[in-house]
Write a protein that binds this ligand. Structure first.
Ligand code: UD1
Length: 374
């Protein structure tokens, strides 16, 4: 009898991580039936549906439609909606990815129902417990059965936390699998010209972390710094709904209006975003995934945070961590724009084949999983 694997997606960065797993598990369709459950944590077209199209993800079999709310509300709603899906479909393995509220909510439900659970992107740690994602990472890793790691730091952190070696698999980065798979379409994409930009002569910005955008003074300072940068080269800012809401709420629209070369645009679909980043002179971000994508694309990245859970992007890649204070950001921009590009290497196993490794391990071991736990 075929075994059932249920992969969970919820928010924008999850879609890129699951798409290659869906494709790789497809090769084992004689043994494995794979389905996707979308919690609906992100629901706007540009934050969700467009990604399914760009990544060739099939329609999710289950859609929970939970939407936004406080952390407790959102996590609780996901749990309430996910439990009956597990009870009905009876997966043999639940796969969760990344560090969003859907990740912890669904792993908690699955584990308590006795369903073996795998975490993709396990072991990453920023060691900053004020980040909601850090709590999600720690809690998910503490209860999952299998841990698929993107980089060596993940393996080291899990070992330190006492996870046995036979539950840790260093497989590489499925987000980079998606990036590589998208390159032919990225090559065809004309977004840079459509936005009136010239190759290597503009900066791209993304900001959505609570620590940067939920405090009015911090957000105002960041917009001012970006405004100053835009006098030197155009700055394109595909804006996350959380950040847009806060600009309105804190009445900061005036800061943006005064600086015509700081362009706030709607969130971009995946292929368009990768194309925009690939040709940028510089990226400023507080995202996790973009630190990884710029590392592989070889584009200088200034991460506006004090910590990163992805240290291999600093060690191998083009990423620099810059505390988000005015003088430090200005100095970092100067450094990037005025110095020759850094030599960069691609982190180990970021070769576009991580999902194949995951699928092979799952296909090999799924028949050994202890079904009595259900
Ligand atoms: C979530 C993740 C974060 C991830 C980010 C990527 C958690 C704790 N956070 O943060 O780790 O980096 O996604 O984008 O899971 N909204 C819309 N349309 C949408 C989705 C959200 O308008 O499709 C608005 C909502 O009004 C909400 C706000 O954006 O208030 C934030 O959304 P939410 O899902 O709470 O968290 P993110 O900030 O997106």
């Amino acid at each position: 009898m075929k075994r059932r694997v249920l992969s969970v997606v919820g928010a924008r960065p999850n879609f890129m991580k699951v798409a290659p797993i869906e494709r790789a598990l497809g090769r084992y369709s004689d043994r494995i039936e794979h389905a996707i459950c979308h919690t609906g944590q992100h629901y706007d077209y540009a934050m969700s549906q467009a990604f399914f199209e760009d990544l060739d993800l099939p329609e999710p079999r289950f859609y929970l439609g939970v939407g936004s709310g406080s952390h407790a509300e959102q996590t609780a709603r996901i749990m309430l909606a996910f439990e009956p899906v597990c009870a009905e479909w009876k997966p043999d393995l639940v796969v969760v990815v990344g560090d969003v509220n859907s990740t912890i909510a669904c792993s908690l439900v699955a584990v308590k129902l006795g369903i073996p659970t795998a975490h993709v992107e396990a072991g990453l740690r920023s060691f900053d417990r004020t980040m909601p994602e850090e709590i999600n990472r720690i809690a998910t890793d503490a209860i999952c059965d299998w841990h698929f790691c993107t980089e060596q730091s993940g393996v080291d952190n899990l070992r330190r936390e006492g996870v046995p070696d036979d539950r840790i698999f260093f497989v590489g980065n499925t987000m980079i699998d998606s990036l590589m798979a998208a390159m032919p379409r990225v090559e065809q994409c004309t977004i840079v010209g459509e936005l009136g930009l010239r190759r290597r002569q503009y900066a791209v910005v993304t900001l959505h972390r609570p620590s940067n955008v939920d405090d009015p003074e911090q957000l105002a300072m960041l917009l001012e710094v970006l405004g100053e940068l835009s006098h030197r080269l155009p700055v394109v800012f595909p804006i996350h709904p959380r950040t847009r809401q806060n600009i309105e709420r804190f009445q900061l629209a005036g800061v943006v209006e005064r600086t015509p070369h700081l362009r706030l645009i709607e969130p971009l679909r995946y292929v368009h975003f990768v194309a925009l980043v690939r040709d940028a002179a510089l990226v400023l971000t507080d995202s996790g995934g973009i630190q990884e994508e710029t590392t592989v694309l070889g584009v200088p990245c200034i991460t506006l945070r004090t910590t990163t859970e992805r240290p291999s992007t600093l060690e191998y890649g083009t990423n620099v961590l810059v505390p988000p204070v005015r003088e430090r950001i200005a100095a970092a921009i100067e450094e990037v724009l005025c110095s020759p590009p850094r030599n960069r290497r691609i982190p180990p196993l970021w070769d576009g084949r991580a999902a194949e490794r995951i699928a092979e391990i799952v296909a090999d071991r799924i028949f050994t999983l202890d079904r009595r736990r259900r």
